[in-house]
Design a protein around this ligand. Structure first.
Ligand code: ATR
Length: 266
């Protein structure tokens, strides 16, 4: 029985176990996926333990996505470019780091829109924004970043050679796609985006998924936009992890159903 899991702090509410265990079962893979709460100061020892216990792979979440990098044997080129690892595969006594968050963003958006040559507005410039900007840029969208703190917007834009505009100009933003990457709206009925601008966009995505329909997505739906909730990104990044863990095709729809059911049961 192979063991997988998620390392983060906190991780109790993670939907990853239900997604991966559902996928293992569907593919008849004798493996189990559990929760590993790891405090920041214990990260190095946790990775040593992972090697010793022959844990085959882990998902990596907040706050470890950047800090795990020095403890890995090999870093995938894309993970290096994004500067964050959300997947570790343990193979032949070596730890390989990957990033599947950007694939999650790409697939979630591509369910409803093609990205090439679209103008995309990214709201926020924190850790989550990096994978979003990378995905949009790589797929050929023209990206403009708006962030409350100008310096972070400027530095993220410089890293990926895209545009940044001051936060005060968000009311003038336009494009086909808008992606909200901050935690604003998480368990709170607030939106960081003025509702008046939403009708200018075809597609609005929120990376927040509690609630599934945030205030931003509700207002976007009312403005006639197609909406993409954050659970789509979670499912697709998890599906890609499953492919890296097992080498098998992920049962994406089953993983999505399981995550949705768990979210609603919470
Ligand atoms: P994460 O890794 O989840 O992206 P983070 O790196 O702390 O978290 O980034 C949080 C993002 O949400 C930042 O872009 C932050 O803006 P600042 O750079 O100005 O801090 C943004 N954010 C958080 N609260 C916000 C708020 N009330 N209004 C606008 N942006 C907010």
């Amino acid at each position: 029985m192979d063991v997988y899991g998620i390392i983060g702090w906190p991780v109790e509410h993670s939907l990853s176990p239900v997604m991966h265990n559902t996928a293992f079962k569907a593919r008849k893979i004798p493996a189990v996926y559990g929760l590993f709460p790891v405090a920041p100061e214990d990260l190095k020892e946790a990775l040593t333990g992972l090697r010793a216990l022959n844990i085959k792979g882990v998902s990596v979440t907040i706050p470890h996505k950047e800090n795990v990098i020095p403890f890995l044997d090999t870093l995938d080129r894309v993970a290096e470019e994004i500067g964050a690892v959300n997947t570790i595969v343990h193979r032949e006594k070596r730890l390989f780091g990957y990033n599947t968050d950007w694939i999650g963003v790409k697939r979630a958006l591509e369910e409803v829109v093609s990205l090439a040559d679209k103008r995309a507005v990214v709201v926020g410039a924190g850790g989550a924004a990096r994978a979003v900007v990378y995905a949009l840029k790589r797929e050929g969208a023209r990206v403009t970043i708006y962030n409350r703190t100008w310096e972070k917007a400027r530095s993220l834009a410089e890293k990926f050679a895209v545009e940044a505009r001051p936060w005060e100009e968000l009311p003038d933003a336009r494009g086909e796609i808008l992606v909200q990457t901050t935690s604003v709206g998480l368990k709170e009925d607030v939106s960081p985006v003025p509702r008046e601008i939403l009708s200018r966009f075809q597609v609005v995505m929120d990376i927040v998924y509690t609630p599934l329909e945030t205030r931003l997505l509700r207002e976007a739906r009312e403005a006639g936009c197609k909406t993409v909730h954050g659970l789509k990104m979670l499912v697709h990044q998890g599906a890609e992890q499953f492919r890296l863990f097992t080498g098998q095709e992920p049962p994406v729809s089953l993983m999505e159903e399981a995550a949705l059911a768990a979210l609603k049961g919470d």
